[in-house]
Design a protein around this ligand. Sequence first.
Ligand code: T4K
Length: 393
Amino acid sequence: MTKLAIFGNKPFFKNKLPVGQLYFPSWDEYELAFRDIFERRYYTNHGPLVNKFEAELSDFLNVKHAVCVSNATIGLCILIEAMEIKGRVIVPAFTFIATIQALLWCNIEPVLCDVDPNSHHLDVNNLELLLEQGANGVLSVNLWGGCPNIDEITKLCESYKVPLLFDSAQSFGSEYKNKKIGVFGQAEVFSFHATKILSAAEGGVITTNDDALADKLRNVRSSYGVRKKVAVRKTANGRMSEAQAAIGIISLSKYESYNCRNKNMFLKYKELLKDIPGIKVITPENVTSSNYQYLVLEVDEVLFGMNRDVLISALQAENVMARKYFNPLCYEIYDNILDKGRSLKNTELLAMKIIQLPIGALVDDSDIYGICDLFKSIHVNHESILKAVSGGD
Ligand code: T4K
């Protein structure tokens, strides 16, 4: 293990290990589902598979309405439009760029809120300070298969009389107080991107217990609306295709086995990395059960012996395609999003020390042993690695 690839040796892994979940149906299952679609010659626009998938999702999440969409980004836009939210919406600064972009597409002013440094989620005290200054809604984000303290956030939003929405793209299947995420706030939005535990290749769903909102969502989602027609200001094409729904249905039927596999991998990583100085595995926060979709670490530069970026270079040289999240931060691309002088200290510190590691269909136990041995070796050899990357001998 001293023959690290960063010194010019062969990578430890022959093939690249990506961070995405990438659980996919077998070729036979895929063929069977697609044969049906081709025989029916009905490919999109609220076809039988989308209806079936919506019914199964409602059942699984124990929520009245599941409105499937082409991806979570358009799902967030459709939700904001259906709720007719205008003005300022408070959103955690530590999130994937799509959360903020959806607000911008809807002409909403995103008001970035710093996160709690331990949970990585919306910090309730910061949220209250921003609510004091006036807002028209809160878009909370559920990260890493976890969530914030939903009860406290709900109480605050109720007392300030603003709607509460959740971007739950990363927390499908996780539970808060033994209830599936998907039933909180006015509505929640999930992603079925290929890298998520429930994959439809692309796709997403908006969930709500509000009948009137669900009718509006269905009308905004599709150019001419569907089912019960209600007046809406704008419509879009956010429809899920039959092909996406077919993959989603198969994926949902295997959720428990994917979840169980992820959990075992997560626990293995946690055990094997626990004695490495400066490495902290993030356990999904506030949930009574998690999808374990992400394996996220914080790196302490002083204790580990090198910063996160050098560690990522050393891992990627071995074909462990570790990633920085969220990088760049959602507001770094457009400097007009954040008021000048406002500090998002916790968000910025987190963005410098977070690493996501491979977990999902393409990783097995022996890979995890290999990756964790690499961590030990990289730590032990940190001085030579730092010399090598800084151009010394
Ligand atoms: N809100 C939050 C909090 C989110 O996390 C996301 C999406 C959204 C909203 C928006 O949801 P969508 O509109 O996307 O439904 C990914 C995904 O594109 C994105 O869905 C996800 N979150 C985000 C956290 O990660 P990238 O650019 O980091 O992933 P990507 O496509 O590079 O995939 C990761 C790795 O997986 C790659 O290095 C290679 C591998 N891979 C990926 C795909 C898609 C494969 O081997 N095969 C594949 O088909 O954004």
